[in-house]
Write a protein that binds this ligand. Structure first.
Ligand code: PEP
Ligand code: MG
Length: 755
């Protein structure tokens, strides 16, 4: 007889009884395999559990040799069982022997079985083991049978995840579900955090997955789907979403999926196999996640993400659970794990308890990253399936310097990291001691160290680090974290707070630098082949003078009675500077005419970020009050290497002869013209970069806040004239074979500098 005996619902009911019996874990497993084999009319049913070492151990069998249980261990790349685990996909074969991956273990006696059906035991997209049925006859298992076995595997997934099987394991060969893991993503915000996982959108633990009344579950599913759809409909018609923009596109896609026939059919089918509505949603979500992890097409992945998110919403709907834990529920040393989140969501958590952030997505310039950095929270991104690897309360270490995430770390790793944290804390204490000392080198040269900032949360850093002021205030950040264009009054209020907080220290505002990778969700994106070299920064500002003028007005009014320093980003030609300056003057005239108190002094500067300016320096220097070098962009354009592309990011060194020659020429010309110059790109925040810049003559650097201490300590130990001789010699004449970075490192080591 073919097919399942009594159907999957009978099987699930029997399984539920077995799950409730007060028997040992092994007895329970043994009963389960007997039940499945009988129900599926299979001669063999076996459970393989994935172990911490990545191998699969036979935990129970009906039909194969009993002696092989806990003896047979299959490598991750071995046989059909290994294939199922690796691909996280069902393998259904009428003639298993003919499959290229086929191999068998003589001790099991499985060589007499021809047909093979193996399904992964999945939980949140993670493979925990493999469930197999086999028959002597060459039999093709039907779609329904595959479905039924997958549903049954869920019961086993919960059993493995509960830790019940750990008592059956030999030390060091425990089920992989709780194993320590090291995953590497992209560093987003510096710092090291040790703590415990808090899932931003916690996975819902389903306790009841076997339905008593199928019709009731169908009704519950329908009702939840209905609520979900109307929720999305009303979100789309809400005032702040009604206008265009990315938010709306995302919600439109959601809504589309919520009505997707294929998705709802899958949900109904899962309920029809005997699951509760919530278990059915989880089943479908787990499949989606597994598919998502195999998908490499970014567009399709994004769509699968939407589906995954939608399933999570639906699940919360069914269980009636809210979102993130309240502040009171947040543990000390919380490490937030999320697929992605907005900046406001991060700010909702209690900062005093938050230590780290792990995102499955996330990019260096995404809003939440900007906020994490400003809050001083260690953050990493691009950790695929991070929330699937962990459970609430798991110990984790987030290394925001290397991008590593240690999950359930063994004691030696944890101790090593604790030592690292202590070491960093000692260093920080040393830097704090330097806070009120001026930054003067060993040979008596004073260097002005400023900070890069952009949000209100950055302002306390000025006093904390003892910086001489803000050398680059990135005004676009306010625009990037807002839900809509900030009005002039809102801009005015931010700029005024910045100037108030800085007191008598100087602040250099940069006008809006949007476009490129700095996108505003509420501004319709222009499709560009090459956005970094496209319609961005001052180009956009000059084409949309209304935007620029409203910002200039806010700046001029905020600086009334004080000094205003303002500079324009991404200038390519001197004419652009002239036009931007004219706009500022028009605003000034307007304010004067209306009787406003004007700034006491206005300094207008240019950012040098595009190589074309290097050949217009004489003309530029005649016009400006100061220069500021944006080395991030300047190096990107000098080397034609996208600064955000990991494939080319390490290909060219910014501490190299060509870059330093360019920086030398800019410095020498501005010095001769008597115009102040600052460098505000990342280069100044790197020890060898700062050393080289000071050696070239730069006396003003603007740094990221975390770099201020280390750079100050290095410069105070440095002899500028010795460094100048080394650097100037290395970049003059013919280039040496020794890379400049190496020459500088040797010099720093010989001088006993901490670099
Ligand atoms: C730069 O390009 O170096 C710079 C300071 O500007 P941003 O990093 O904001 O583009
Ligand atoms: Mg730039």
């Amino acid at each position: 007889m073919r097919g399942t005996l009594g159907g999957p619902r009978v099987l699930l009911r029997r399984l539920r009884e077995v799950m409730a019996e007060p028997v040992s874990a092994q007895e329970r497993l043994d009963k389960i395999v007997v039940l499945i084999a009988a129900n599926m009319v299979a001669e063999v049913c076996s459970v393989y559990v994935l172990r911490v070492d990545g191998t699969l151990e036979l935990y129970a069998t009906e039909g194969l040799n009993r002696q092989a249980v806990h003896q047979t261990v299959i490598g991750a790349n071995e046989g059909l069982v290994g294939l199922v685990a690796r691909e996280a996909n069902a393998v259904n074969l009428s003639d298993a022997h003919a499959h290229p991956a086929f191999s068998y273990r003589p001790e099991t006696g499985e060589e007499i079985y021809n047909s093979f059906l193996g399904v992964p035991i999945l939980r949140a997209g993670n493979t925990l083991g493999v469930l197999v049925v086999q028959n002597r006859a060459q039999r093709t298992y039907s779609e329904e049978e595959v479905e039924a076995l997958q549903t049954t595997a869920m019961v086993l997934a919960e059993m493995i995840a509960s830790g019940e099987l750990s008592v059956l394991a030999r030390p060091g060969a425990e089920p992989a579900v709780r194993r320590p893991m090291l995953v590497t993503g992209m560093p987003l915000s510096e710092g090291i955090a040790l703590g415990h996982v808090v899932l931003h959108e916690p996975r819902i633990v389903i306790t009841n997955f076997i339905a008593d009344d199928m019709q009731k579950e169908m009704d519950r599913l329908e009702e939840a789907l209905g609520t979900l759809r109307s929720e999305l409909d009303s979100l789309l018609t809400r005032g702040d979403m009604a206008a265009g923009g990315e938010h709306r596109d995302v919600l439109e896609a959601y809504r589309m999926f919520a009505h997707d026939r294929g998705w709802t059919r899958k949900l109904h089918e899962a309920v029809a196999t005997g699951l509760t509505a919530e278990a059915a949603v989880e089943r479908v979500e787990s499949d989606t996640r597994a598919r998502m992890m195999r998908q490499t097409d970014p567009y399709l992945r994004e769509r699968l993400h939407d589906l995954d998110d939608l399933a999570a919403r639906l699940l919360r709907q069914l269980i009636g659970k809210g979102h993130a834990p309240t502040k009171e529920q947040l543990p000390e040393n919380a490490i937030l794990v999320a697929r992605n989140m907005g900046p406001a969501a991060l700010l909702d958590y209690d900062r005093s308890r938050l230590r780290g952030l792990v995102l499955e997505e996330g990019a260096p310039t995404s809003h939440v990253t900007i906020v994490a950095r400003a809050l001083g929270i260690a953050a990493i991104g691009q950790i695929e399936n991070a929330s699937g690897f962990v459970d609430t309360g798991d110990a984790v270490i987030v290394d925001g310097i290397t991008g590593e995430m240690h999950i359930r770390p063994p004691p030696d790793i944890e101790n090593a990291y604790k030592e690292k944290v202590r070491f960093r804390a000692r260093r920080q204490a040393q830097y704090r001691e330097l806070r009120d000392k001026p930054c003067v080198t060993r040979d008596g040269v004073e260097i002005k160290l400023l900070l890069n900032a952009g949000l209100l949360v950055d302002l306390p850093h000025v006093a904390e680090t003892g910086a001489a002021g803000i050398g680059l205030f990135r005004t676009e950040l306010q625009f990037m974290v807002a839900a809509a264009f900030p009005r002039t009054a809102e801009q005015f209020s931010l700029y005024q707070s910045v100037l108030d907080a800085a007191g008598d220290r100087s602040v250099t505002f940069r006008t809006l630098d949007i476009g490129g990778d700095k996108v505003l969700p509420y501004m319709r994106a222009v499709e560009e082949e090459n956005p970094a070299m496209g319609w961005r920064a001052i180009r956009l500002g000059l084409d949309r003078p209304g935007l620029l003028r409203s910002q200039m007005r806010a700046l001029l009014r905020a600086a009334s009675g004080r000094t205003l320093k303002v500079m324009f980003p991404m200038l390519t030609a001197v004419e652009e500077f002239d036009r931007a300056k004219q706009l500022l003057e028009r605003e000034l005239t307007h304010l004067r005419r209306h009787g406003h108190i004007l700034p006491e002094r206005i300094d207008i500067g240019a950012m040098v970020e595009v190589p074309s300016l290097l050949f217009q320096l004489d003309e530029l220097l005649e016009r400006v009050d100061f220069l500021s070098i944006g080395s991030n962009d300047l190096v990107q354009f000098l080397y034609a290497a996208d600064r955000g592309n990991a494939l080319v990011a390490d290909r060219f060194d910014s501490i190299s002869v060509p870059v330093m020659r360019a920086l030398r020429d800019i410095f020498d010309k501005s010095e001769a013209a008597g115009k102040p110059i600052t460098l505000c790109g990342e280069l100044a925040s790197k020890p060898l970069g700062a050393l080289a810049l000071v050696a070239l003559g730069y006396r003003s650097l603007s740094l990221t806040p975390s770099a201020l201490g280390p750079i100050k300590s290095l410069l105070m130990d440095m002899d500028t004239s010795k460094a100048a001789a080394v650097v100037r010699a290395a970049i003059s004449g013919r280039m040496s074979k020794t890379p400049l970075r190496e020459t500088l490192a040797q010099f720093a080591a010989a001088e006993g500098l901490q670099y």
